[in-house]
Design a protein around this ligand. Sequence first.
Ligand SMILES: [Zn+2]
Length: 262
Amino acid sequence: MKWIDIGINLTNRRYQKDRPQVIENALIAGVEKMIITGTNVNESKKAFQLTQSRPGTLYATAGCHPHDASTLNAEGLTEIETLASQKTVVAIGECGLDFNRNFSPPEKQITAFKQQLELAVKLDKPVFLHERDAFDTQFEILKDYMPALRGAVIHCFTGTAQALEQYLALGLSIGITGWICDERRGQGLYDITRLIPDDRLMIETDGPYLTPRNLSPKPAGGRNEPKFLPHIAQTIAQAREQSLQQVASISYTNSCTFFNLT
Ligand SMILES: [Zn+2]
């Protein structure tokens, strides 16, 4: 079986010491392709540089996370545009709204989000979306842009059945992480994952974060890695009453098509 991790924060310093080994172990586990999340201008640059070391395996997104929205200026936007015109940069993002802790003021988040959506339309690239405690506002903005966008995936979806239905109706794809492996806070997600149509499902680790809680033995230091993607997929398969093979096949095909991976 082959897999694609559509959201891995491989530039994170928790991979600093052994990044090549992390990639090697992912490949051994069947994770053939990884899309490195660009969370701000600097991280997006680093993510792009990493893709150059492993063509056909590593890809990246370029964008600015809502936490960093207040740092995004005209110069930064131009840098994102330049990065996004590279072949290995396959989406704009992560971008969106996060009203949970408001590290950037909501107005600034909204501006940065719209700027990146406009860029995605201009460059004809899909968007890799983040959203937390901001569904209504994010949904209203997306409604305006979706018709012109090439595609949108809501990464690390953990919302309600109603939010899921609305995103699906708008045409979004859904990224599921190891959140689903958490028997306490992930139960709601487990119960609704079967509602995602086959052609809208993608999977991701969001490493080094969101280590699946049902991993045994627990990884040293509690760090999540792309090699755990098949483990997460096992829980997804269970929740969807599908075989692991099926989940591998549909998520792989969806990711290749959505991000235009070659
Ligand atoms: Zn995110």
